[in-house]
Design a protein around this ligand. Structure first.
Ligand SMILES: [Zn+2]
Length: 273
């Protein structure tokens, strides 16, 4: 998220999906703060002290709107009205901020009607405004909305980080050049690892990348990890981590579903790390 701020390529809408509402909301607030901060730090963090930061922290910034499913949301029409109201507000000039922001809490509870209304809003770009949808799952969110949103997944912090004993090795691997990565594969397969061992290694890699991602977005709860474990792959951007996780997922799928030569799969994966 810090990269988004730094590169100023702000997506019009994002979905924060995960099972920890408080983490997702906190991340949303941090993001909006950083976007509008009057004294943003070089790394892309908000200062936390300026007027804008303070107002956002207290939930009373005039250009930051929150939609939440309260008791009244049981009645869909209120919810769609909330979106209509919002549309009108977004049409107005910001009072204070450069970026207007809308945080929709419990986006999975948006009615179909409300979602269609939201979609229309997303289809008509209105200057500098950003939507953050906080959701516990994606299934009930229309694919047409999903396709317009950047997706950020939050993993539970009680996530069992499998294979943490491999983290040092993995850290070295991620920073190494391709030559090292390929010779790592060579050595690994020389020991004729069992299928379980191969999968376990991939899972360790996945855990490490996920932990790295959580560290990047400053999610609390993984302080238990020695942070030096995650210091060096700083040049590993969020995009790079996500790409690595995606290829990891694809390659794992290949190993499970076909009779593919797993060493070849590992080598290909190394090209994508
Ligand atoms: Zn600030």
């Amino acid at each position: 998220m810090k990269n988004i701020i730094k590169t100023r390529r702000i997506p019009q809408a994002m979905i924060f999906v995960g099972s920890s509402f408080s983490l997702q909301k906190q991340a949303a607030l941090e993001f909006i703060k950083a976007l509008n901060c009057e004294d943003r730090k070089e790394e892309g963090d908000a200062c936390g002290k300026c007027l804008s930061c303070r107002l956002i922290e207290k939930n009373c910034h005039p250009d930051v709107y929150f939609l939440k499913p309260g008791a009244e949301a049981v009645r869909e029409d209120i919810y769609i009205n909330q979106i209509r109201e919002l549309k009108a507000k977004l049409g107005l000039k910001p009072e204070l901020a450069y970026w207007k922001a809308v945080v929709i809490e419990g986006a999975e509870k948006l009615s179909q009607e409300a979602q269609n209304c939201l979609l229309k809003t997303l289809e008509e770009p209105r200057g500098n405004s950003v939507f953050i949808l906080i959701a516990s799952q994606l299934e009930s969110i229309l694919p047409t909305i999903r396709s317009r949103c950047g997706l950020i997944r939050f993993y539970p912090t009680s996530f069992s980080f499998a294979g943490r004993e491999n983290f040092e090795e993995i850290k070295k691997l991620l920073q190494a050049d391709l030559g090292y990565k390929l010779s790592f594969c060579q050595l690994f397969f020389e020991t004729e690892p069992s299928f379980e061992k191969q999968i376990y290694f991939l899972e360790s890699l996945e855990s490490y990348l996920r932990a790295l991602l959580l560290k990047k977005i400053d999610v609390r709860g993984i302080e238990e990890f020695d942070s030096s474990l995650f210091v060096l792959p700083q040049n590993y951007s969020m995009i790079k981590i996500k790409k690595a996780l995606k290829s990891l997922e694809d390659f794992k799928g290949l190993i499970f579903s076909t009779n593919v030569n797993t060493k070849l799969v590992f080598e290909n994966l190394m090209l994508n790390l």
